[in-house]
Ligand binder design. Structure first.
Ligand SMILES: NCc1[nH]cc(CCC(=O)O)c1CC(=O)O
Length: 317
């Protein structure tokens, strides 16, 4: 695109078709309209079906790592952008690999939502109140490992699908509780589904949880300029630290990894936790430093955690 988007030549916003993905695309469009004083018709939302949206695959209730891991929800979208069928792509940063394909850049982040996990249960008020031996549902490697580590008495079952599917499973008594990101619920206007928010000291969230990122083509200066106006610098500093930590740890989604950076003025406070998938061993640590050193902070914390990991810590794969 060489000129400002217009009704006759709209900027094409690529997204998955899930309710959460669409809500995120609409938020992005609203921010672009406001920042550039453009009408809604200057943007076109283009829904792209990804491997991860294949209902048959998801219904199989296999752990996501067996279905192709990170990239499952992005490959087709990135291909569409490289082919020019879309101009930008809106993503949940939590699901994004740390490196993008040649020719694409991911450096625009919207203001971050609630980073906490939600505790969802018809009968139990909070995580700490779960009775001994209760069955809980989650397909997230990180949440499963964290729960197994803290509460080895709990029984874990795979739980996937959209919010409605999961709530139905709870209704049917398949499990007494499940976990979702507060951010997703808030963006869907469904915060009431959360029985309580789990504080980050109790369950450290996934790297980049609650953050929307917008990807573009490298050789597209107009889009770069459009996106620069809606980039949130604080989210950028936090994500830089968290993603550099993840990159050093080799964050394929085959390893349970948690990480969260908080900003206090121009200082970053990065916390991290790596676990064995069965929860038998957790290693955590933290690092503090200036936003100018965000990337080094992430690398440094990751190296320190790895140094504490006994030989074979990740060998379970
Ligand atoms: N892995 C799926 C996914 N990717 C992003 C979110 C929620 C929104 C966010 O964290 O930005 C979710 C669902 C969940 O964890 O409940």
């Amino acid at each position: 695109m060489t000129k400002m988007p217009s009704i006759t030549d709209p900027l094409k916003i690529g997204t998955r078709g899930s309710p959460l993905a669409l809500a995120q695309a609409h938020e992005t469009r609203a921010r672009l309209m406001a920042a550039h004083d453009l009408p809604e018709a200057a943007f076109e939302i283009v829904v792209i079906k990804t491997t991860g949206d294949n209902a048959a695959l998801i219904a199989a209730d296999k752990p996501l790592k067996e279905l192709g891991g990170k990239g499952l929800f992005t490959k087709e979208i990135e291909e569409a952008m490289l082919e020019g069928r879309i101009d930008i792509a809106v993503h949940s940063m939590k699901d994004m690999p740390v490196a993008q394909p040649e020719g694409l850049v991911l450096d625009c982040y919207l203001p971050r939502e609630d980073v906490r996990d939600a505790f969802v249960s018809p009968g139990v008020a909070r995580l700490a109140d779960l009775p001994q031996g209760a069955t809980v549902g989650s397909s997230s490697l990180r949440r499963r490992a964290q729960l197994a580590n803290k509460r080895p008495d709990l029984k874990l079952v795979e739980f996937r699908g959209n919010v409605q599917t999961r709530l139905k499973k709870l209704d049917e008594g398949v499990a007494v509780a499940t976990f979702l990101a507060m951010a997703g619920l808030n963006r869907l206007g469904m915060s009431r589904v959360a029985r309580s928010a789990i504080e980050v000291d109790e369950m450290l969230p996934a790297v980049a949880q609650g953050c929307i990122g917008i990807e573009r083509r490298l050789a597209d200066p107009m889009t770069e300029r459009l996106l620069a106006a809606i980039h949130d610098a604080p989210a950028g500093h936090r994500l830089t630290a968290e993603r550099s930590y993840l990159a050093t740890l080799d964050g394929s989604c085959e390893t349970p990894i948690a990480g969260l950076a908080m900003l206090e003025g121009d200082q970053l406070w990065l916390r991290g936790e790596i676990l064995r998938p069965d929860g038998s061993h957790a290693i955590s640590g933290e690092a503090r430093g200036s936003i100018a050193d965000a990337a080094e902070l992430g690398t440094d914390l990751a190296r320190r955690l790895l140094a504490q990991a006994p030989k074979g810590f990740f060998d379970w794969r």
